[in-house]
Design a protein around this ligand. Structure first.
Ligand SMILES: Nc1ncnc2c1ncn2[C@@H]1O[C@H](COP(=O)(O)OP(=O)(O)OP(=O)(O)O)[C@@H](O)[C@H]1O
Ligand SMILES: [Mg+2]
Length: 359
């Protein structure tokens, strides 16, 4: 089996290859304290990746190489993630008496029940979660499968940049892993609270509901900052690159805030509200949540937390995963602060460096 969750390593960079950019992050740990060693965000040409499919491997490889040189790290091992429609994750039950090898055999033999692709075209991995709450003879196992072609293309681009992809994770798990760095922002550290972590990226909005620190629900929607970029291009006759830059620096005509940005933020609130309604109807013991934590590039829009809070009447904050970390001067603390909310997936991937210590 080609490993999806991958092997463990001590020194590695988290590499979030997403629709708008390549984000690199390296963490170290001393005792309970984390340190940001290196980071870089490098914009991706819009045509390099579409719908999580690599359209231009060379452009992607070059972008990763630029991110690596900008970050100035010597670490050459990377944790990357697959995501999108071709990634399937499922929780299944297996007899607890099976050895690792036997479990692998059984999962392979039964894989066609879980996965709609021919088994020889997928990368498959599994991890035992723990005893099954329903049956004491069984354990719960999480299966992750992805089209092998997607994994291979991604790895090839990473290798082109001189990195070795030693861990291939699933993006939603990386996001989940990163939520430990948000605990300090949650009321009562998240204990007995329902918290919605909403990552509004360029193309996709991922919502994850945590209760008592555990994920109880996830949902992805096609919505993101690209819509705002397109509104800016249309309204001011700008190119994609111009609009992307202007949006981040805020250098746009005076009517931008009221005529363009306000509409987008209203849309964003509506999208989040809709996702919450889906959650309330799917998991009926919940009818309220205690807090929204906004992440992703769109969380970096000035004042967006206040607008969302006013519209949805739910306490809302912007994710600050590095608030309790020290930051190396090489990691350019001022720039890092501006990109902080968009680095959650990268945080979850960088954290894979400490897997072994956890075990
Ligand atoms: N300061 C800012 N103000 C407004 N928009 C911003 C700001 N910073 C980033 N963005 C927007 O956020 C989006 C990028 O967010 P992010 O980096 O989370 O997306 P991504 O991870 O590349 O996309 P996806 O997760 O959808 O694949 C872009 O549309 C970008 O223009
Ligand atoms: Mg993203």
């Amino acid at each position: 089996m080609q490993s999806l969750f991958g092997k463990r390593s001590q020194q590695l960079v988290g590499l979030d290859i997403s629709s708008s950019s390549v984000k690199l992050l390296e963490l170290s740990r001393k005792g309970a304290r984390f340190n940001v060693e290196a980071y870089a965000v490098e914009p991706l040409p819009p045509a390099a990746l579409s719908d999580k499919q690599i359209a231009d491997p060379k452009a992607l490889g070059e972008t990763i190489a630029r991110a690596l040189s900008r970050a100035g790290t010597r670490t050459r091992q990377a944790a990357i993630a697959v995501s999108g429609a071709s990634v399937i994750t499922k929780i299944v039950e297996m007899p607890k008496t099976l050895s690792g090898d036997d479990m692998e055999e059984q999962i392979k033999a039964e894989a066609d029940q879980y996965i709609p692709y021919p088994i020889d075209e997928v990368s498959l991995d599994f991890e035992v979660l723990g005893p099954s709450p329903k049956n004491s003879e069984m354990v719960e196992v999480v299966l992750a499968a992805c089209r092998r072609e997607q994994v291979e293309q991604l790895c090839a681009a990473v290798e082109l940049a001189g990195l070795k992809p030693t861990v291939v994770d699933v993006e939603s798990y990386a996001l989940e892993n990163a939520c430990q760095f948000l605990q300090h922002q949650m009321p009562d550290g998240g204990r007995q609270k329902a918290i919605a972590v909403v990552d509004v990226g360029a193309a996709v909005t991922s919502m994850m509901i945590l209760f008592d620190g555990k994920t109880i629900y996830t949902r992805d929607q096609n919505f993101g900052g690209r819509q705002l970029t397109e509104d800016i291009m249309r309204t001011y006759g700008m190119s994609f690159e111009e609009a992307t830059k202007a949006k981040k620096s805020g250098s746009l005509p005076e009517n931008y805030a009221t005529d363009v940005l306000a509409h987008f933020v209203a849309d964003m609130a509506q999208q989040i509200d809709r996702a919450l309604q889906f959650f309330f109807s799917a998991v009926t013991q919940y009818s309220t949540i205690d807090q929204i934590i906004l992440a992703g590039g769109c969380a970096q829009i000035p004042g967006v937390d206040v607008s969302i809070q006013e519209r949805l009447q739910i306490p809302t904050v912007v994710a600050k995963p590095f608030a309790q970390m020290s930051i190396a001067s090489r990691a350019k603390p001022a720039n890092l602060a501006q990109d902080e909310a968009s680095l959650l997936v990268a945080c979850g991937l960088a954290y894979r460096a400490f897997d072994e210590e956890k075990a």
